[in-house]
Design a protein. Structure first.
Length: 358
């Protein structure tokens, strides 16, 4: 590699936003000392590793290179007791050549079903139609309206739509028409960037009461989902608010979305991520109340969906996210890749089992 190649690859790898534990995994895979930072030396090692594994040599850790690295992980399925494993699926308009979004959705669904999954979540922004406030696409809707669901399968949705859409009676009616049995209401605005407010509620008490009553009329169960940071001050505020809304909405599950928000760069008030995880899990249980469950979702390659998980082992429910999407923020995947529709769900569930048993 020349200096320009190294510079380009280094910039690409940093833009991917891999969690520190994932960078450490990559470093150790290519023979570099343990650490959480990218460097020119790591890029050169990645380039050499790609060459020895039949991959295009560019020093960039895109989907194909990362998938190849993880294929060397222990493939033994770990037994998980007392934990419900679900799978979050999505298909957008970024489709695979020669395949429709509906086909990608169907293949991903069947792959997860064949892996023993009976709990599914989709994104409402992929289901509903724009005329009630949704700005996404509706590829999931024809699939869910037409698929024949086995009796034991439960389908839910992450409801991250505008408040105006959620308040519409049409919203709940369409969910019910797509065999949706639970709605996970995203309670706060995303806080993945340092300039974002650490905790900013999306709904008022009156809005949540109206939305819950509307969903209840159509037999749709409620779950409350929040994005936390590993900050003691934010966790305390979040759990206080969520205790109120768990009672108000009659929700059965308090879930956290541990993505770029659940990252050491936001650590505050704790000595380690392990301490923050224990504190968050206990706060969630107290806020959920007796007889209620706590859960977590995250993307496949986040540290919390791996054997290095700190928070996942405390959860009752895990929903790893598996995408039926070709275009990613850090590159593209092919139909038959490890992250393609037919293989991604099984791989995400395998890592979730490792996380639960960590």
């Amino acid at each position: 590699m020349d200096e320009a190649d190294i510079t380009r690859a280094l910039a690409y790898n940093k833009r991917c936003g891999y969690a520190p534990a994932e960078v450490d995994f990559i470093r150790k895979t290519v023979g570099q000392p343990s650490g959480f930072e990218w460097s020119p030396a790591v890029v050169v090692k990645v380039w050499a590793w790609q060459g020895s594994h039949g991959l295009t040599q560019d020093g960039k850790v895109g989907p194909k290179t990362l998938a190849a690295m993880h294929q060397g992980e222990d493939s033994v399925e770990l037994p998980v007791h007392g934990v419900t494993l679900g799978c979050g699926l999505a298909a957008y308009d970024q489709t695979f050549p020669g395949h429709t979004p509906e086909e990608a959705m169907h293949v991903a669904f069947r792959a997860a079903l064949d892996d023993g999954c009976t709990e599914f979540r989709y994104w409402s922004s992929e289901h509903l139609i724009k005329d009630i406030g949704n700005k996404g696409n509706s590829y999931g809707e024809p699939f869910l309206r037409n698929v024949c669901l086995p009796a034991e399968v439960r389908v839910g949705v992450w409801a991250d739509d505008p408040t105006s859409a959620l308040r519409s009676s049409e919203y709940a009616r369409r969910l019910a028409g797509m065999q949706i049995r639970s709605a996970s209401l995203m309670m706060n605005r995303s806080n993945t960037y340092p300039h974002d407010p650490p905790w900013h509620m999306k709904f008022t008490t009156a809005e949540m009461r109206f939305i819950s009553e509307n969903l209840d009329k159509h037999g749709i169960e409620r779950t409350l989902t929040a994005w936390p940071r590993p900050s003691k001050e934010q966790i305390d505020t979040m759990c206080e608010d969520m205790a109120h809304f768990m009672v108000l909405t009659g929700a059965t599950l308090f879930e956290v979305d541990a993505e770029s928000n659940w990252d050491p760069k936001f650590l505050s008030g704790f000595s380690s991520m392990r301490e923050a995880a224990r504190y968050l899990a206990q706060g969630m249980r107290d806020a959920a109340g007796p007889g209620k469950k706590i859960g977590m979702t995250t993307f496949t390659y986040h540290v919390e969906n791996s054997s290095a998980a700190k928070l996942a082992p405390f959860m009752d429910v895990l929903f790893p996210q598996a995408y039926a999407v070709r275009n990613r923020s850090h590159g593209t995947v092919e139909w038959d890749d490890l992250l393609g529709p037919a293989r991604h769900p099984g791989f995400a569930l395998k890592r979730a089992r490792q996380a639960a048993a960590a």
